[in-house]
Design a protein around this ligand. Sequence first.
Ligand code: FES
Length: 166
Amino acid sequence: MSTAESKTGLTATERSKIEMLSQHYEDKRSACIEVLKYVQGQYRWISNHHLSEIAALLNMSRAELEGVATYYNLIFRQKVGEHVIFLCDSVSCWIMGRDVICEHLRRRLGIEPGETTADGAYTLLPIVCIGHCDHAPAMLLDDELHGDLDIKRIDALLASPTERGL
Ligand code: FES
């Protein structure tokens, strides 16, 4: 994963990969989410500079691609931490104590929802139902789904990210 500031632009390898991804579609624009996810995988977020480059490569207007990127809540348009916690804020999770979990995360990480810890380790974000209602309260930690959350479980998840291969 490149950590370079995105003002440097996409590399030749990244541009080739985008070209390859878009060839799977009759209309290049259909590859836009796949391409956004690929570039996000390289930089952890989609900068304005990268958004413009991607739009040009996919024959889209910048506004059109911005609309897709903004609508899709797993695409980050601002820098995020090394790990992203999406805490569900839909009804089943509220009923099952999502507030307690959120409060614990706020205290433990020292941030509010929407913020990133000072060391850049964690970003805490709300998300609508992630389809794990039968195990509410639930959250995504990076791409891992976690349910039946309680304070003990949160502490265990935050204590050993490396042991979980993150
Ligand atoms: S309401 Fe939280 S996972 Fe569905």
